[in-house]
Ligand binder design. Structure first.
Ligand SMILES: C=CC1=C(C)c2cc3[nH]c(cc4nc(cc5[nH]c(cc1n2)c(C)c5CCC(=O)O)C(CCC(=O)O)=C4C)c(C)c3C=C
Ligand SMILES: [Fe+2]
Ligand SMILES: [Fe+2]
Length: 331
């Protein structure tokens, strides 16, 4: 190997986010995202008119306001956190491997694109690539979409790099212990609520019946986390958030759970969202703001949102571990 050829490179992937919280940028982000058949697999003859005629006319302005309510000075939380994760992972990998390991960020939708991330790795002489989607639980709507986007980009390359895809890490001991430590740290600072809700991003039930293991992965993650925390069955509950469209999605729904708990005598909840590696619209707005309003209005007394793992050192250490596992034989 020549001095200029890195042992391998890492493409860190997340979903993506609008460039700015304006209706225009939210529309272009939603258009790309919701046009992916991995996300919405309905017949295009039916879906395209609904998307272009209805959704992209009404949803962007509504969702732009939600983004504005959680936007940071430096940009979209998902982007800001992802850039910090990239930087910290690169720093830790250089220490771990005793050489510079290029790490680039690529978003499945929006900017920086997966294609740009791959191009940047290529321009650094990378010949072997580890693709690390920041989705602990596999779903066809997320991880397979990453795989598709990479295959599409490679269609334009004469020589493609050897590529390994980290498909999932929902039961990795480093992931479960990082989640458990973040919950324990929260309890130490704020006290423990009666119930810990583990809220995962939902998907249509049909995707699961057609073979997507996502629900099974979410269940396993929850059981392992509850076990690691020593919780009894009545001290925790799994639920699914972010329902979209008219189809049946996974249940129990987070919002319905939150509004029904106070009547069942549960007046305090902690809520964590293990499916997200970085805080984003779905956690900061839907859970931290919206969930709290719902729970308190329904008679709840204390509601606490536990942030995503973000740049928690235990999270970065887990990413290093995943890279080490995937890079076996490459250095
Ligand atoms: C339309 C169907 C959708 C599926 C299926 C879906 C799966 C899915 N999504 C994530 C992670 C994220 N989703 C985010 C936003 C978001 N998701 C959908 C729809 C589906 N997601 C929409 C329409 C939106 C945009 C916001 C809105 O209009 O409501 C985000 C946040 C992005 C941000 O900018 O902060 C993430 C992250 C997972 C993990 C998943 C399947 C497991
Ligand atoms: Fe989503
Ligand atoms: Fe949402």
């Amino acid at each position: 190997m020549s001095k200029t050829t890195p042992a391998f490179g890492v493409l860190l992937v997340n979903l993506g986010t609008p460039d700015t919280p304006t209706t225009k940028d939210v529309r272009s982000f939603l258009k790309q995202f919701l046009s992916d058949p991995r996300v919405v697999d309905l017949n295009p003859l039916i879906w395209k008119p609904v998307l272009n005629g209805v959704i992209l006319n009404f949803r962007p302005s509504k969702v732009a306001k939600l983004y504005q309510s959680i936007w940071w000075d430096e940009g979209s939380p998902l982007m800001v956190v992802s850039l910090r994760q990239r930087e910290q992972l690169a720093g830790r990998l250089a220490q771990e491997f005793g050489q510079s390991i290029p790490v680039e960020l690529g978003m499945t939708y929006g900017n920086p694109s997966l294609a740009l991330g791959l191009d940047k790795l290529k321009s650094q002489g990378v010949e072997k690539i580890i693709v690390l989607p920041l989705y602990p639980q596999y779903s066809c709507s997320t991880v397979a979409a990453v795989s598709d986007a990479i295959a599409t980009e490679y269609k334009g390359w004469r020589e493609i790099p050897e590529t390994r895809l980290n498909k999932e890490y929902y039961q990795h001991p480093g992931y479960i212990s990082a989640l458990a430590s973040s919950v324990k740290a929260h309890w130490q600072q704020h006290g423990q609520a009666e119930k810990l809700l583990m809220s995962f991003h939902g998907i249509p039930v049909r995707y699961v019946t057609e073979g997507d293991p996502y629900q099974q992965h979410c269940e396993k993650t929850s059981e392992l986390l509850a076990k690691e925390l020593g919780l009894n069955d009545d001290q925790w509950q799994l639920c699914y958030q972010s329902i979209f469209g008219k189809e049946e999605w996974l249940t129990p729904q987070t919002d319905k759970t939150l509004t029904s708990l106070p009547a069942q005598g549960v007046k305090s909840v902690d809520i964590i969202s293990p499916a997200f590696a970085a805080d984003c619209l779905e956690t900061l707005e839907e859970l931290s703001i919206g969930g709290k309003e719902m729970f308190i209005e329904a008679g709840g007394e204390r509601y606490a949102f536990i942030p995503c793992l973000n740049t928690d050192p235990a999270h970065i250490a887990l990413l290093v571990e995943l890279v080490k596992e995937q890079s076996q034989g490459w250095y």
